[in-house]
Ligand binder design. Structure first.
Ligand code: IDP
Ligand code: MG
Length: 136
């Protein structure tokens, strides 16, 4: 039984700055993801605050929003079987020092804030996040 899903992926400023986007896109393709939509953008602090609203109460919220709006990012809609969970597995743990060997955050992440990639954490949030970047 197939369960094709779409999820939202962001290549964060630290990775775009190091020109890693093609390598990371190839990692997605090698792991069975199809890149359905893609755009390179530079969002404002206000947009970052909206995107990360779930983290509003966290002590790192302000830094996080400054960071995501600090430079260009690449946002993508990725599609494959169980895309949400498979992307989370491919990304690895939030903190690169805890991420398993071979995961994107292990390979490319610099620190917990500069961890190179974002991925939706549920199918429900994937729909909201895809809508946020691609449907208005
Ligand atoms: P996730 O990106 O693995 O889903 P979340 O808990 O949703 O992790 O946090 C969103 C982002 O906020 C993380 O990717 C990371 O960059 C940043 N972040 C999370 N926890 C901390 C922290 O304790 N200090 C600084 N930044 C953090
Ligand atoms: Mg998250």
């Amino acid at each position: 039984m197939s369960n094709i899903e779409q999820t939202l992926s962001i290549i964060k400023p630290d990775a775009v700055e190091r020109n890693l986007q093609n390598q990371i896109k190839q990692d997605f393709i090698n792991n069975g993801f199809e890149i359905i939509k893609e755009k390179k953008i530079h969002i404002s602090k206000e947009e970052a605050e909206k995107f990360y609203k779930v983290h509003e109460s966290k002590p790192f919220y302000n830094d996080l929003c400054n960071y995501l709006s600090s430079g260009p990012i690449v946002v993508m809609t990725l599609q494959r079987e169980n895309a949400v969970m498979e992307n989370r597995k491919l990304m690895g743990a939030t903190n690169p020092v805890d991420a398993d060997e071979g995961t994107l955050r292990k390979k490319y992440g610099i620190s917990i804030d500069k961890n190179s990639v974002h991925g939706s954490d549920s199918l429900e949030n994937a729909k909201i996040e895809i809508d946020f970047f691609f449907n208005h």
